[in-house]
Design a protein around this ligand. Structure first.
Ligand code: KG4
Ligand code: ZN
Length: 338
């Protein structure tokens, strides 16, 4: 039996979770609203907010799980990738708690954790988990990668973005339309009321299984600037159609390469992970693809798509089984690949 405390602080969410033998007992997330007025995460404000949040969040996660600190078998924390100041808060706190209570420390790669979110059990009967190997489309605000998942600790990236991430494309396009941050969920909602084929945008031509989203954002910006010159209410009058069209384009770019990866690898189990996997249209499109090609699709529960500590705890659990502990001199890594 193993009880793992997970701590996540890589970006703008402070989160703590308790997992017992893979089953979730608690998962608390403190969001940071301070960034909204800036239209993006302000790193210095993020680390300050983490400092304020971390003690109550961890404390409440332990209380909600109905355990005491001395029952925890290991403390798993996000080592990277992420904002260095934010990562430092979680790393330092995890180390302090580890030393004070003599509990082993486990470092977790945030990207691997997004992928492993599929293995968080909601209860002991929960067996809906992918088998190895599976192919995962990891799409978040900072990353866009196609990953062959061979085991919980062995993953290979076979395609990735050369510039912006898919979530970033959603957020930047939303910002151009003066929508609030983060833009992904807002575009998702507005797109439901719009015509996805109303506007056409050029898709990038990038080699192999790699992605690029920066050109799309720029052409969207120029397109809107030209239209606004003719009609300064253009964005307001077309907000639903614009949202639906840009969302369709981002999803087409994502799935064109993912389909290519499915064909190349021959893997029949597919999954999506990361913040953008909360998008309702990409889920629909993937369901359609799975049906057409007779694939088994795994989509994480909504609460485990965006940043959360349950995914850190489950990753820590697998490392705990391998006795893969971290030393106290470990430091966070802003850039940390799978
Ligand atoms: O995984 P995540 O919480 O943080 C990172 O590690 O980056 O992902 C956040 C990203 C943001 O860009 C946000 O706009 C996007 O996920 N996102 C969505 C949706 N919900 C969150 N994008 C599209 N549709 C959504 N429903
Ligand atoms: Zn993330």
């Amino acid at each position: 039996m193993a009880i793992i405390l997970g701590i996540e602080s890589s970006c703008d969410d402070t989160s703590a979770a308790i997992i017992k033998d893979g089953v979730i007992l608690s998962n608390l997330i403190a969001n940071q609203s301070v960034h909204e007025e800036f239209g993006g995460v302000v790193p210095e404000l993020a680390s300050r907010a983490h400092q304020q949040n971390i003690i109550p969040v961890v404390d409440n996660a332990i209380k909600k799980a109905g355990i005491s600190v001395n029952e925890i078998d290991a403390i798993a924390f996000t080592r990277g990738p992420g904002l260095l100041g934010s990562l430092l808060v979680g790393t330092s706190f995890a180390k302090g708690l580890s030393v004070a209570n003599n509990i082993p420390l486990i470092e977790v790669n945030h990207l691997q954790a997004h992928v492993l979110a599929h293995f968080i059990k909601e209860n002991e009967q929960d067996t809906n988990q992918p088998e190895f190997p599976f192919l995962c489309l990891l799409v978040s605000g900072g990353h866009t990668e196609i990953v062959v998942v061979k085991s919980p600790t062995n993953m290979e990236v076979i395609g990735k973005t050369i510039d912006d991430a898919a979530g970033e494309a959603f957020d930047k396009c939303a910002k151009v339309m003066k929508l609030p941050y983060p833009g992904g969920p807002v575009i998702d909602k507005l797109a439901k009321l719009g015509d996805a084929n109303k506007f056409q945008f050029n898709k990038p031509k990038i080699k192999e299984l790699d992605y690029s989203f920066s050109g799309l954002k720029t052409s969207f910006l120029y397109f809107l600037r030209d239209r606004m010159k003719e009609n300064d209410k253009f964005i307001d009058e077309n907000i639903n159609d614009l949202s639906a069209s840009i969302q369709r384009t981002i999803i087409e770019i994502l799935l064109d390469k993912f389909k290519k990866a499915i064909k190349q690898t021959g893997i029949k189990q597919i999954a999506i992970a990361g913040g953008v996997s909360a998008n309702s249209e990409i889920k629909l499109q993937l369901e359609l693809l799975a049906k057409q090609q007779n694939l088994k699709l795994f989509v994480p529960s909504f609460g485990f798509t965006t940043d959360n500590a349950a995914m850190i705890a489950i990753s820590g659990y697998y490392k705990y089984l391998n006795k893969d502990f971290a030393d106290l001199d470990i430091v966070p890594q802003a850039r940390y690949t799978i």
